[in-house]
Design a protein around this ligand. Structure first.
Ligand code: ADP
Ligand code: MG
Length: 487
């Protein structure tokens, strides 16, 4: 059955859980470094190994990051909370329990605005965000005989973000993850890297007959290392579940693994007894009370958020959805653009420069916007020169801009003046150049005179070469036509 056929019969329901590893220097309850890629089992201590008699100490950065994210998602911030132990046995969890928040998550409710599959705005409600710690990492595919365990990750702080079951398809989940990744990057609380596992997503999928009010049995899919694999896993799972139901079988509550090579999911474990975690309040950490003052302070220090900037660009600056999306994709680009528009009111030109010359320079040189040599004020000056028709667009992009890249201290106007790139609108000078060019190209001239209009480009090129690109194209075209009949 194809996905389209399934969707004529069944309605999918999807909820996502994201685990975001936080960009703290040290772990959640101990002082070892929180770093990716260190030599295995070097960032460990008796605390993260859970040795008897050790005591955890809470890293308050985690709290700060949790509140930041909650405020950015319009969640309610919990004022009184405690930690809980989630007990289970697994070789990469030496303590035998995870310190998490069960009854008092740091944030409840809230929403994130995304685009649905048709490009319309949709609000994704969040159930909760809570603080917890990561387990170690087990690798089953490095050594042919043994599973390997790296405990550097044990105790790394996480925020778990749980949504309500409100997604209808893979595309919405995709757009939500793009939005969430943008958000944690703007907030600088997580690097959002799914390939390295610093942002992970579990997908819960169920299907029900169209029109039904009662959700079907859900399955959970893990192990997607990219946002597009999440979309693929969801689409695969919807079709698989429809097959199960159409066969008259029952959907089992289970956790499944996504295999990126086959695009399929395979059953990992049944979930029947998974809820017996014996949660109880963590006795080694004190309860926390958050003051309104503290929340206000975090709020005051929030950076501009991607969705707010997007809305501003579309409604106030009248930029297209495409432009606004591109400009807010990364925080660095958005911040540069913010400075740029503080110096020019030509927003469309500013957007074009960012997405054209600036981005291609960055791409070609594998640089980030933070390394871009030209200050926003200078780029604004360049835009101003074009607006005042002192230089034309091609002189600006092909001559002044590259010059400015090499000499970021100089001024666009001085560069244009000293190189003779200021547009010449003086007809007599252009006329002389044209007459000379006609003389030197008698064949082309004869054909042009006889109405072969496509030679305009040829002559324009000659004039521009002669005048270092500084001839006004409109004047030049008019003169070419006029002189062809007069000479
Ligand atoms: P667990 O720890 O068992 O995974 P959680 O409550 O943390 O449970 O997460 C449940 C996730 O599953 C949420 O994102 C929720 O929206 C989603 N969910 C719950 N019921 C369904 C359902 N019937 N179909 C799809 N998703 C569901
Ligand atoms: Mg789950």
């Amino acid at each position: 059955m194809s996905l389209e056929e399934v969707l004529e019969k069944y309605e999918p329901v999807i909820g996502l859980e994201i685990h975001a590893q936080l960009l703290t220097n040290s772990k959640a309850y101990s002082r070892e470094a929180n770093e990716f890629g260190a030599v295995p089992n070097t960032n460990i201590s008796p605390i993260s190994l859970g040795h008897p008699g050790t005591l955890p100490k809470f890293n308050t950065k985690t709290l700060n990051y949790g509140i930041k994210l909650g405020l950015a998602c319009n969640s309610e911030i919990t004022r009184d909370m405690h930690f809980d132990r989630k007990n289970y046995f697994y070789p990469d969890l030496p303590k035998g329990y995870q310190i998490t928040q069960d009854k008092t998550p740091i944030c409840t409710g809230g929403f994130v605005l995304i685009k649905d599959a048709d490009g319309n705005e949709k609000s994704i409600e969040l159930t909760r965000i809570h603080m917890e710690e990561d387990s170690g990492k087990s690798s089953h595919d490095i050594d042919p005989f043994d599973s390997l365990i790296d405990l550097n990750r044990a105790g790394v702080p996480l925020l778990e973000i749980v949504t309500e079951p409100v997604f209808k398809n893979g595309k919405e989940a995709y757009n939500y993850l793009i939005e969430m990744r943008k958000l944690v990057r703007y907030l600088e609380i997580c690097d959002g890297n799914m390939e390295e596992g610093s942002m992970r997503c579990d997908v819960n999928v169920s299907i029900m007959p169209i029109g039904s009010k009662e959700f079907g049995q859900r399955v959970e899919v893990k192990n997607m290392n990219s946002i597009s694999n999440v979309e693929k896993a969801i689409e695969h799972e919807i079709v698989r579940l429809a097959g199960v139901l159409d066969n008259g079988e029952e959907v089992l509550q289970e956790t499944r693994n996504f295999d990126a090579n086959t695009g399929k999911t395979i059953a990992l474990r049944k979930k029947e007894d998974a809820h017996d975690y014996r949660y109880f309040p963590e006795p080694d950490l004190t309860a926390l009370h958050i003051t309104q003052d503290y929340i206000n302070e975090v709020k005051r220090n929030l950076p501009a958020l991607p969705n707010d900037l997007y809305k501003k660009y579309v409604s106030k600056l009248k930029l297209s959805d495409y432009d606004a999306t591109n400009l807010t994709d990364s925080k660095g680009i958005a911040l540069y653009f913010e400075e740029l528009i503080a110096h020019t009111k030509n927003f469309k030109a500013a957007a074009n420069w960012m997405m054209g010359s600036v981005k291609s320079y960055l791409n070609q040189n594998a640089l980030e916007i933070e390394d871009f040599p030209i200050a926003p004020e200078k780029l604004a000056e360049l835009i101003q020169l074009i607006e005042e028709e002192k230089i034309n667009n091609s002189v600006a992009t092909q001559k002044v801009f590259p010059f400015l890249l090499m000499n970021p201290e100089s001024n666009p106007i001085e560069i244009a003046e000293s190189n003779g790139w200021i547009t010449k609108t003086d007809s007599s000078e252009i006329e002389n150049v044209i007459i000379n060019i006609f003389k030197n190209n008698p064949n082309e001239f004869e054909r042009f005179k006889n109405g072969e209009k496509k030679l305009t480009g040829f002559f324009m090129g000659q004039v521009m070469r002669e005048m270092k690109g500084a001839a006004d194209p409109k004047t030049t075209t008019q003169l070419l036509n006029k002189l062809a009949n007069e000479v």
